[in-house]
Design a protein around this ligand. Structure first.
Ligand code: NAP
Length: 287
């Protein structure tokens, strides 16, 4: 049933460039409908050069809160009145809400990333994760692994210059010390890790035959390794199929998407939210 938008309907949304492909409206509007609340969540395309004006505009039209997606997650941080310690650690924000002193921001991607890992019993302090990719999502993954208690975290990328920038971009010295970046060494890293996380878009729809690991690299994985692909379409990705054939534990990106969204909605509504409704709405949408 289509929700009726009324004069009193409160506004939530997502800013980004582009935002057309965001699945956030699907899960947030499903949750809002299930709760019977008079809110609506809408996509709001905003160009980088318009970020400050957009923030003022969103305040002027009384928006309650909004998500931030590519490419604004890092650029928005200095424009906020208050930034949570978690968002400061990541250096990026994805969830913004109004306070009397202005916009506040946090990063629920970390909580979203960790959620499915908490269901897997492991002594995280003994695990040295291997993270493929050094972009925006890798930042939340690094902080997530750090919060789990991993004391050594390996990040593998394809550009030495970007890897060095990534390594030196952290404000927390202890976290930075736990990080090692690699342009090669993948075979050795894969054979010793119990947690591999793909944060590259390799294997994402429509390139569903692609995988960040060839068969030789996959053969290095130990059977009980957790292989976590942040991609949620397709489910499973080629990487996860390869990993499962090796006896690994596969986690796809859908639960991270759901849990980061649920954490954001909880902040805006200040109440519990129907996580299962959000999960099912995305599953149904993605087929
Ligand atoms: P991003 O900032 O563009 O970073 C992408 C990273 O992947 C970069 O390090 C890039 O390398 C690397 N990369 C791109 N193409 C590659 C290739 N062909 N081979 C090797 N490395 C490649 O993007 P992002 O925001 O981090 O997002 C990355 C992925 O995570 C996307 O698939 C996105 O959908 C997914 N994601 C999922 C969730 C979720 O909730 N499940 C949340 C956020 C992101 P260079 O730096 O060298 O260019």
């Amino acid at each position: 049933m289509t929700q009726q938008i009324l004069g009193k309907t409160k506004l939530l949304g997502v800013i980004g460039d582009p935002v057309e492909h965001s699945l956030s409206p699907v899960m947030h509007n499903a949750a809002i409908a299930a709760l019977g609340l008079d809110y609506v969540y809408i996509p709001l395309p905003v160009k980088g050069e318009d970020l400050s004006r957009a923030l003022a505009g969103l305040e002027a039209i009384n928006v309650v809160g909004f998500n931030v997606t590519i490419p604004h997650k890092q650029a928005l941080v200095p424009l906020l009145a208050d930034v949570s310690p978690e968002a400061q650690l990541v250096g990026a924000t994805n969830t913004i809400w109004r306070t009397p002193s202005g916009w506040s921001g946090t990063n629920t991607d970390v909580e979203g990333f960790i959620a499915p890992l908490k269901a897997v019993a492991r002594d995280w302090s003994r695990i040295s994760p291997v993270i493929l990719g050094n972009g925006g999502a890798a930042r939340a993954v690094v902080v997530g692994c750090w919060q789990l208690g991993c004391s050594q975290i390996h990040v593998v990328g394809r550009s030495e210059q970007k890897l060095q920038q990534f390594l030196h971009s952290w404000t927390d010295p202890a976290l930075q010390k736990a990080l090692t970046v690699h342009q090669s060494d993948l075979p050795a890293l894969l054979s010793q890790t119990q947690l591999l996380v793909n944060t590259t878009p390799v294997g994402m729809f429509p390139q569903t035959d692609a995988s960040p690991l060839d068969e030789e690299l996959v053969s290095k994985l130990q059977p009980a390794t957790i292989v976590y692909d942040l991609i949620y379409n397709p489910n499973p990705t080629r990487l996860l199929k390869q990993a499962q054939e090796r006896g690994a534990i596969a986690i796809n990106g859908l639960e991270m998407l759901v849990q980061q969204g649920a954490a954001a909605l909880k902040i805006w509504l200040q109440q519990d939210v129907p996580v299962e409704v959000m999960r099912q709405s995305l599953r149904q949408y993605l087929g």
